[in-house]
Design a protein around this ligand. Sequence first.
Ligand SMILES: [Zn+2]
Length: 431
Amino acid sequence: MIGIWENMLTEFEKSNKIVRIQAFWKYRPARDQLFSKKNLDNLLELIQEEEKNRAKHGPTKFFGRKILPASFIMELEELEKGDFDDADDQVTRLAGLVLAESAKLMAPHEDIKFFDFAINLENYHFREEQLETMKQLNFEIKSNIQHCKVMIHETLTMNFLNKLKKTLPENHQGVIFSFKKPSDEVLQNLENDKSIQLINEDGIKLWVSISDTIPARVNSLTKVQFDPINNLRGKIARVDSINYESGMASVTILPDFTETNIYIRSLQEIQLKTSVEKYLLYAKNYFSFLELLTNITQKENFLKGIFDMNIIDYKRKTGNKWNFTTKNNKTSINLYGETKKDIFSCDCFNWQENSSELCIHLISCLDLIVREGDFLNETWGYNEINWAIQKMLTQTIMENYEVISLDLPKDKHHIILKYLSYKQKLQELSN
Ligand SMILES: [Zn+2]
């Protein structure tokens, strides 16, 4: 099947109708990104304009995920080695760390199979402290193209070093990431010509300490910080896949649930409290939570509640009861409540007037306890948060039933009532 496509695409490419940005060699051609010539030209023009505009306000800002050097190392040790796809693994993390400082977060195509990824340092503006760090690490840059090899838990041997050197194109350099100390012979050899250089654990720590931000992970929920292409700034984007060779991520936008492409470097990860091991589960469940939340909120309040509220103080009383203080309001959540007014309460005008949708304070508070607590673990789908939202929905439907029923034929009324009482019974059983 891929063969037929491949032939068709190659024909289109030849006739200049489409442009293909190749994926890492292992994932070709299935994960290549395709653009029509016209679209890509437009896109590049927009990107250039954006770069110019941003340059006026100082160096390009990179968003993503803030991380401490010790956590970076700890997580690196827990991850699989992996390769230059978009799964969260050692190669992706290190590529992200190195690419984080490049303007476009973009890597050239790596075709040498001994290496994991390559970076192009052309247009890469090193900051003063980075130059200082490189001096400390005795790291010399003699080539714009750096081929990178990740072997965290393996020891670099003379034999393997020679193999790498043989495959390295003339005037290119190589970088090896490894925590294991090689023999003196290997160290001496590395020192002699600097065509391949080694970065160890301390080196990585030092680099993280001056960069402190790595790209958002696949499956993470992020805040779009800028987007000159589709103007989605301020919305939530779920990262579906990342292509470092184009610098773009494919995302699902919330609360609209549309799909599009966006700069990786504009996506700021929303923090979830969990381990590396459980991150995928938590991120998937957090997406499901946000999806549920859109059912009980107004579209314009959804993003305001998630991003704009400032919770000054909050206390967990007993078990699943919380009190919150925001700038002008007092809000509380009691997941043991029977009715939605028992569960959710806020002294703001909006909630008093209309309890069919959560006010921005309640959205913000509910989001906080979901992200900070352990509701996103294996119990997701049938825990207290799910039931609270379900109760709120069912009750709101009941309240509106009279209005809805005017539009329904008489003989259909009993079906809806049956359904609702069934739902309520389910809830009672769960309590
Ligand atoms: Zn409120």
